[in-house]
Design a protein around this ligand. Sequence first.
Ligand SMILES: *Cc1c(COP(=O)(O)O)cnc(C)c1O
Length: 375
Amino acid sequence: MKIKPKITPIYQTSVFKFDDLTELELYFGEPSSRYLYSRNGNPNSDELADKVNEWEQGAGAVATGSGMAAILAALMACCQAGDHVLCASDIYGGSSSLLNQELSRLGITVTYVPFEHLYELSPFVQPTTRLLLCETISNPLLRVADLQRLAQECHQHSLKLVVDNTFASPVITRPLALGADLVLHSVTKYLAGHSDVTAGVVVAADPALAARLRQIGVLYGLTLSPMESWLAVRGLKTLRLRMREHSANALAIAEFLQQQPAVRAVYYPGLAAHPQHELARAQGTGQYGGMLSILLADDTEVVNRFIRACQRFPFAPSLAGVDSSLSYPLGTSHRYLTSEQQAELGITVGLVRLSVGIEPVEELLADLQAALQSL
Ligand SMILES: *Cc1c(COP(=O)(O)O)cnc(C)c1O
C-alpha cells in the first residue's frame, strides 16, 4: 500500500531512525537531506519555517516555541556580551522585559529610542551598537514605522534592523523587501490565527544569518514542536483571507467608534486622522489589520463597565484570533513599565485595545454600541 497524504502528517516523533553508519554519515554530510533529532529539525517545524520564509521573501527561517523565543533568537544571532542594542520605545512589553531583566545580565545593554527620534539615530548609537529592534505597527497605539527609512538609517550606522512584524503580518507589510535584516513574528497571533497555538518564527534576509538562527534554535533548544507547527501551518493557509476580513471589520469598527461621544480617541492606521495614515497606506496593501485601541474616560469603573458589557469581545490578554477579544495594556502587556514610561507612551487608565475578529461586522458593531450605551 502506498500512502500519499495530501497534507503533511504530524511527525510526532522526537527522533528518526538510520539504517546504518553510511546513512548517518549522509546526514552529517548534508543535514538538510534527512532528519536526526526533532530539536535539530522536524518536517513540521521546517514546513512552517519555509512557508513563513516564502511569505517574508527571506533566505531562511527558524520556527521557535514562542514569539519571545523568536525575539531571543534574533537578538542572540546579532549580539554578544558587551554589545549594545537600540529598541523603539513603543515595543511589546515582553521584548523590553527580556532586554532589561535577562539580556542585561549577559552584558547586552539597551537604549530606548522614542518614536519621533527613530529616523535620526546618531545621538543613540555607540561603538558597540549592533541593531535596532522595532515593530511595523506598534502595540498598543498602532504607530506605524517607515521601514525603508529606518533600514537606510540603520545601515548608515552599520546596524541591523530587526522588525517584529506580528501586528502587520506579511499580508500587509514585508519588512525584508524594505531593507530589514531580520523579521520575526509571534506566530501565536495572526500567522496561526485561531488562539490555539503558542509559536514564533524568525526570518533572515541573509543565508549566513539564517544559519546562525538555526544553530541558536538547536543549541538554546528553542525549536517548535511538531504538533504546534502543524497547527500553525494549517492556520497560515487562510492568512490572506483572514487578514482581509480582520482589516475590513476593524476599519468599519474604527469609523463607528470615532463617532461615539464616550470614545475620546481611536487609534487605527486605517483612519485618515491617524498620524501615519499615508505611510500605512503606502507601506501596506490597502489593509490595516485587525488591531485598534480606544481611549475611554480615565476611570477604572468606566473601563470595568465596558469590559463587563462587551459580549463579543471577551477580555483575553492576547490578540489576532478569528474570534474578537479585548485587552487592557496598563494592566497586562505594559504593567511592568514605570508610571512615567506608561505616561510617555500614552498608556493610561482609559486605554482599551480591541482585537477585531472575522465575525459578521454588524454583530460586533451592535455589541460595542450596547456596551458603550451601558457606560
Ligand atoms: C505576543 C507578542 C509577542 C510575544 O509572542 P509570544 O508568542 O507570546 O511569545 C511579541 N511581539 C508582539 C508584537 C506580540 O504581540
